[in-house]
Design a binder for this molecule. Sequence first.
Ligand code: UDP
Ligand code: MG
Length: 343
Amino acid sequence: MMEPVLTIVVPCYNEEEVLPETISQLQQLLKELINDTLVSKHSKILFVDDGSKDRTWELIYKEGLRNEYVRGLKLAGNVGHQNALLAGLFAAKELSDCVVSIDADLQDDIQVIREFILKFRDGCEIVYGVRKGRAADTFFKRSTAQGFYKMMKNLGVNLVYNHADFRLMSKRAVQELAKFNEVNLFLRGIVPLLGFRSDVVYYDRLERQAGQTKYPLKKMLAFAFDGITSFSVSPIRFVLVIGLVSFIMSLVFGGYFLTLKFLGNTETGWTSLITSIWLIGGLQLIAIGLIGEYVGKIYKETKQRPKYIVDIDSLNLPVPRRHLLQQTGENEMLETGILSSKR
Ligand code: UDP
Ligand code: MG
C-alpha cells in the first residue's frame, strides 16, 4: 500500500516571530503522520515567503538546508495571502498527492490535519477546516467576518460558513483549480465550485501564537470587496433597481406635482424642475445599470472559467463499469484504479 505524498503549504508574510514555533510543530506532526504510515515519507512542508521584509526567508532557507521535511518558495514581492497560497499550491501539486494549506500563525489546530488525511484516504478530494466558534477573535473581527459570510450568501456566492483557507485538496482538485484563469482568484468561493466530493472537519480556532495580524482593517475590507465583486454583479444590479424606482417615482410624483400646480399652490417653474430631476436621475441610473450589466458579462467572459469539471470519465477507463456512473463507494473506485494513485 503506497502512502500519499502530502505537502503542507504555509504562506508567510513577516512571520519571523512565530516561524520557529510553526516549523517545529508542523514538523513534529508530519513525523507522526509518517510514523503512523498515514502519509509518505516524501511528504514536505512548503513555506511560501510572500515578499517579507524581516528575516522570514532567512529562517525558511536555513531550516531547509538541514531539515529534510522543510522546503521554501520565495516570492519576489508581496502579492497577498491568496496569491502566495496559490503559488504554494501550484508549486506543490506535481510532487504531491494532496496539499494542505494553513496559516503560519498556528491559529488553526494542526492536529486536524490528521483528520483531513483520513478523509482524503476515504476518497474525499477536498476537506474544509471549519471553526466551531470565534471566541478567540476580537468582537470586531468576529462580527465583521460573520457579516461578510452572510452578505456573500445573500449575494448568491456559495461559501463554506466559517471556513478560512485551512483545507486539504487532492492533486486533481489543485490541477482543476489551476484552470481558473482569472486574476482575482477568490479561493474560498472557487474551491466549492470545483464540486468534487468534499467533507468538513470542525475545530477550535486559537489565538495567534506570536506576532501581529497581517490583515489590518484596510486589507480586510479590500479582501471582502474583492470577494464580492469577483463573484457577483448584484451591486450594479442594485443601481439598476434604484434607477427604475426613481423613474417610476418621477411618473407618480409628476402627476402629483401637476395636480399641485393646477390647484395653484406652487412657485412658478417648480413643477417642471422637480419632475425632471427625478426623471433624468432615474434614466441616468437605469443607463448606468444597463451598461453595468454588459460590463458584468464582459467581466465574466474575460475570466474564462472552465465550463465544467469532469469527475469520472468511464469512456477512458480500461473496463467501463456501469456502477461508476452512480458515484458508488470507494471500493469500486479502487477496483477501477481511480484511487490507486493515492494508495
Ligand atoms: N499573509 C501573506 N501575505 C500577506 C498577508 C498575510 O502571506 O500579504 C499570510 C500570513 O503570514 C499568515 C496568513 O497569511 O500566514 C494569514 O494572515 P493573518 O494570520 O495575519 O490573518 P488573520 O488570521 O489575522 O486574518
Ligand atoms: Mg491569523
